[in-house]
Write a protein that binds this ligand. Structure first.
Ligand code: PLP
Length: 409
C-alpha cells in the first residue's frame, strides 16, 4: 500500500493570496469603474536591464550553433558566474568567500526550502514570527512540528519580531538547532545591525547551532553601516549559510537565478557528536537532485556585475526605493507608525486595527490592495505590508487616495 507523508496533512492551507484575490474580485465587481492599485505583491514590475538582455541574447546565439552549444552544465553553476559572485558580493566587502563556496541555483525559495533536508528530523527549528512562509512549511513537511494549535505549530520555536524589539527577534530562551534569519526582512522591512547579528553568530557558536541567513533583499540596503552579508561578522563562516537572489536586485523573478553560500569550514554534527562539513553534503544533494541553471540565465546573471549592469541595476533599485520614500512620506504625514522602506522595498505599517479589517478599509475606501500582516504569522496581526514594487505613477496615485481618505492622527 502506498501511504503518504502525513506531515503534509498538518500544513495549513495558505489562504492569504487567494483571500486577497477573492476580496479584490468582489470589490471590482461592485465597483467596475474603480481602478485598483496593487501594493500587496512581492514581485518586481520593471523589465530586465539592457546589460542582462544583451548577455541573454548572445548566450542564446551560442546555444544555436553546434560549435558553441552547451549541454548539461556543472550543477553548482558555471565557474564564470561563481567567480564573479565571490569577487563582487563578498571579497570586495572583506568577506573571505571563494568561488567554490557559491552554489548557483534557480531560486532562494528552493534553496531556503531544501537546505533543511541535511538535518535530522529531531532538529529544533527557531524561526521568526512574522515569517516568509517557506521556512516554516518546509520544516512542517519534514516532520519537525507537531499539530497546529491556536495559530502556531507545536514543537517550533517562534522568534517574535514585535515593535518592542524593533522587529528584530531576541535570542531564544530555549535551545534551538537551526535558526532562520532574514534581513532586510520580508515582510517587515526591518534590518539588523552588525552587532545584533554578531549576537546570533555567537549564540550559534556557543550552542552548536546553525543559522540560515536569507539576504534576498541585501541590494536594497542603503545604510553603509548595515551588514549585507552575515560573513561580514567574525566567526560566521563556521555557523552560517547565506542565501541570495537575483530576483529583486536585477528583476529575475521570472528568469530564475539565485545562489547559496556554503563555506568550507561550516559544520554540523553527526550522531556521535563529530563535526561534519556541510559543503560536501550540500554539493552531494545538489548534484543528485538538481541539474543546474540554464547557460543563458547564468550569462544574464553575470552581466548584472558588468559596469553597465551595475549602473542599470542600481537604477532599478533606486526607482523602487523612490516609491518606498513616497509611501513612507505619506505614512509620516498621516501619523501612521511603520518600519522598513529605508533599506527595504517593504513597509510594515501599524494599522491600529485587525490587519484584515485594515485591508478592507484600504480596499473599499481607496481601491488600494495591501497584504494583511496576519498572513505571515500571529505577530503580524494589526499590521499590513505595502510593497514598493510598482510604478511611481501608481504609488503616487495610491498615496494620494490614502491621504484623501485616512484621517491623520
Ligand atoms: N526569500 C525571501 C525572504 C523572499 O521574500 C523571496 C521572494 O519573495 C524569496 C526568498 C524567493 O526568492 P527567489 O525568487 O530567488 O526564489
Amino acid at each position: 500500500m502506498i501511504t503518504i507523508n502525513e506531515h503534509y496533512l498538518k500544513l495549513q492551507a495558505s489562504y492569504l493570496f487567494s483571500d486577497i484575490a477573492k476580496r479584490v474580485a468582489a470589490f471590482q465587481e461592485s465597483n467596475p469603474s474603480k481602478e485598483i492599485i496593487k501594493l500587496g505583491i512581492g514581485d518586481v514590475t520593471k523589465g530586465l536591464t539592457p546589460a542582462s538582455i544583451k548577455a541573454f541574447h548572445s548566450a542564446i546565439d551560442e546555444m544555436a550553433d553546434d560549435a558553441t552549444f552547451r549541454g548539461y552544465g556543472p550543477e553548482q553553476g558555471y565557474e564564470f558566474l561563481r567567480q564573479t559572485i565571490a569577487g563582487n558580493d563578498f571579497q570586495s566587502r572583506g568577506a573571505d568567500i571563494s568561488a567554490d563556496e557559491i552554489f548557483v541555483s534557480d531560486g532562494a525559495k528552493c534553496d531556503t526550502g531544501n537546505f533543511q533536508e541535511l538535518f535530522t528530523q529531531t532538529t529544533i527549528i527557531g524561526l521568526p514570527d512574522p515569517v516568509y512562509p517557506v521556512y516554516l512549511d518546509t520544516n512542517v513537511m519534514a516532520g519537525r512540528s507537531e499539530s497546529f494549535v491556536d495559530g502556531r505549530y507545536q514543537g517550533i520555536v517562534y522568534l517574535e519580531a514585535t515593535k518592542e524589539n524593533g522587529f528584530v527577534p531576541s535570542l531564544p530562551q530555549e535551545k534551538v538547532d537551526l535558526i532562520y534569519l532574514c534581513f532586510p526582512n520580508n515582510p517587515t522591512g526591518s534590518t539588523i545591525s552588525k552587532s545584533e547579528l554578531k549576537t546570533w553568530v555567537d549564540y550559534a557558536r556557543e550552542h552548536k547551532a546553525l543559522i540560515l541567513f536569507d539576504a534576498a533583499y541585501e541590494a536594497f540596503i542603503t545604510d553603509d553601516s548595515l551588514p549585507k552579508s552575515i560573513y561580514e561578522v567574525e566567526g560566521a563562516k563556521e555557523v552560517a549559510i547565506e542565501f541570495r537572489s537575483f530576483s529583486k536586485s536585477a528583476g529575475f523573478t521570472g528568469t530564475r537565478c539565485a545562489y547559496t553560500v556554503v563555506p568550507k569550514e561550516c559544520t554540523a554534527y553527526d550522531s556521535h557528536g563529530n563535526k561534519q562539513l556541510l559543503h560536501g553534503l550540500w554539493n552531494r544533494r545538489q548534484s543528485t537532485k538538481f541539474n543546474g541553471v540554464s547557460y543563458p540565465v547564468q550569462r544574464a546573471a553575470e552581466a548584472v556585475y558588468s559596469q553597465a549592469g551595475k549602473v542599470q541595476c542600481k537604477e532599478l533599485i533606486d526607482s523602487y526605493m523612490n516609491n518606498a520614500r513616497v509611501i513612507c512620506q505619506t505614512m509620516d504625514n498621516l501619523g501612521y507608525k511603520y518600519v522598513g522602506g529605508k533599506n527595504s522595498p517593504y513597509i510594515w505599517i501599524d494599522g491600529r486595527m485587525d490587519s484584515w479589517q485594515f485591508f478592507d478599509v484600504l480596499l473599499k475606501e481607496t481601491g488600494v490592495v495591501c497584504t494583511p500582516g496576519a498572513g505571515f504569522g500571529k505577530c503580524g496581526n494589526g499590521y499590513i505590508r505595502l510593497s514598493a514594487f510598482n510604478s511611481l505613477e501608481n504609488v503616487t496615485e495610491a498615496m494620494t487616495r490614502l491621504t484623501g481618505k485616512l484621517s491623520p492622527s
